[in-house]
Design a protein around this ligand. Structure first.
Ligand code: PMP
Length: 435
């Protein structure tokens, strides 16, 4: 064991506070973590929206163990290994029709950078090199690299880091607490927020715009579910102006909303789609970008001797990650997990919305197996009230997550109704104690 906690500089954590009273997890199985004191902690957030099949799944564990002994690494440039192809083939059976090419990365952030570069390069290769501008959205979260924080709209993610990528603009987010508070599932109002894109097109001219990137459901900025008709309208505007539509499905991918991908739940197919997290059930870092056939073909129509897309990572298609992903897909398929949220979402929605009326709850949002409970901020201390709920729930043996003043729930898809009850009742008790 470590003698002290000094050397590790933790990400996205108030290190000084954490090190005074650390929360250490030492094991995990099914729906539960075990902490260093031997307490069972119900996992209400699938690790970090990633452990969709629950923890310690035998097929995935065995796949990783076997792969490590058989082929620990293979160079991904000018070389490959069979499982990279097998996995791609399996993945495109799950994607919306047309998204049938897979480019591997190692994280959600890398998937985003890859998709943005792919979009710009695509236009260049087909002779529209002026299309370099990228459009993101306020309150978008697209990871932490410079492209992602530039198209993203999370203030804290940007403000310490100086100049962002040039040629980026943003449309408004879709959160409308006046018209849509306590909407069950997709809110009724706000499709017209998509028309912001037309305004930006008028301002910059379509001939300068490469792509628009949005999360179908914004997760890390408070669980914002797209209003009915909104994504459809974005799709129409992009089509009209030759702009690529990118869905960042890092959290909505792999069953979270009741289908393999959010694109299927919302009935809108993007041109590029980024994933990570649930791709390997969180066991080995891996991400991917799915591209439409036509985008791939455009690159492949160039001169034969050229590397078509000069981009990639040492660990692209890492054998351990591919093996973990194959084990994950087997587990999802055997247990019907990629559509399980459809069966449970009615029960889950009712449970989460039963928190309406509890102290300081100003909105409840949900889709599939995602819930967000927004609290009124403590005066002068934004995010504190929700964070206190997180701490209290943890003391009661339940792991939830907070994003700003929203308590977010995104449990493993193996969750049972009894777990949902415990999750919600623990949050309810914490809200009452905090009042
Ligand atoms: N995009 C979205 C929509 C995300 O939610 C996240 C992570 N929460 C990322 C990108 C970044 O993924 P990673 O942390 O794996 O880089």
């Amino acid at each position: 064991m470590a003698k002290n906690l000094d050397a590790y500089w933790m990400p996205f954590t108030a290190n000084r506070q954490f090190k005074k009273s650390p929360r250490l997890l030492t094991r995990a199985d099914g729906m539960y973590f075990t902490d260093d004191k031997g307490r069972q902690i119900l996992d209400g957030i699938a690790g970090l929206w990633c452990v969709n099949a629950g923890h310690n799944r035998p097929r995935i564990v065995q796949a990783i163990q076997q792969q490590a002994a058989e082929l620990d690494f293979a160079p991904p440039f000018q070389m490959a290994h069979p499982k990279a192809f097998e996995l791609a083939e399996r993945l495109v059976e799950l994607t919306p029709a047309g998204l049938n090419k897979v480019f591997y990365t190692n994280s959600g952030s890398e998937s985003v950078e890859t998709a943005l570069k792919m979009a710009i390069a695509y236009h260049r290769v087909r002779g529209e090199g002026a299309r370099t501008r990228l459009i993101g959205r306020e309150r978008g979260y697209h990871g932490v690299n410079f492209g992602g924080i530039s198209v993203g709209g999370m203030v804290a993610n940007r403000k310490m880091f100086g100049t962002m990528l040039g040629g980026v603009d943003h449309i408004r987010h879709t959160h409308d607490p006046v018209r849509n508070a306590f909407s069950v599932g997709q809110p009724a109002h706000g499709a017209e927020f998509a028309d912001d894109l037309e305004k930006l097109i008028a301002l910059h001219d379509a001939s300068t715009i490469a792509a628009v990137i949005v999360e179908p459901v914004a997760g890390s900025t408070g669980v914002l579910v797209p209003p009915q008709g909104y994504l459809q309208r974005l799709r129409e505007i992009c089509d009209k102006h030759g702009i690529l539509l990118i869905f960042d499905e890092v959290i909505t991918g792999f069953g979270r909303t009741g289908n393999p991908f959010g694109a299927q739940t919302f009935g809108v197919t993007p041109d590029l789609m980024t994933v990570a997290k649930g791709l390997t059930n969180g066991c080995v870092p891996m991400g991917a970008v799915f591209a439409k056939q036509g985008i791939y073909d455009t690159f492949m129509n160039g001169p034969e001797h050229l590397i078509e897309f000069f981009h990639g990572y040492t660990y692209s298609a890492h054998p351990l990650a591919c093996a973990a992903a194959l084990g994950t897909l087997d587990t999802y398929a055997e247990e019907g997990l990629l559509t399980r949220a459809t069966e449970l979402q009615g029960y889950f929605a009712e449970a989460v919305h039963s928190l309406k009326g509890e102290p300081n709850v100003i909105d409840v949002r949900n889709i599939g197996l995602v819930g967000g409970i927004e609290l009124s901020p403590l005066p002068g201390e934004p995010a504190k009230r929700a964070f206190n709920v997180f701490l209290d729930c943890y003391e009661q043996g339940v792991l939830v997550r907070t994003t700003g003043d929203t308590v977010a729930l995104s449990p493993p898809l193996i969750i049972e109704r009894s777990h949902i009850d415990r999750l919600i009742e623990t949050v309810r008790a914490a809200l009452r104690r905090a009042a």
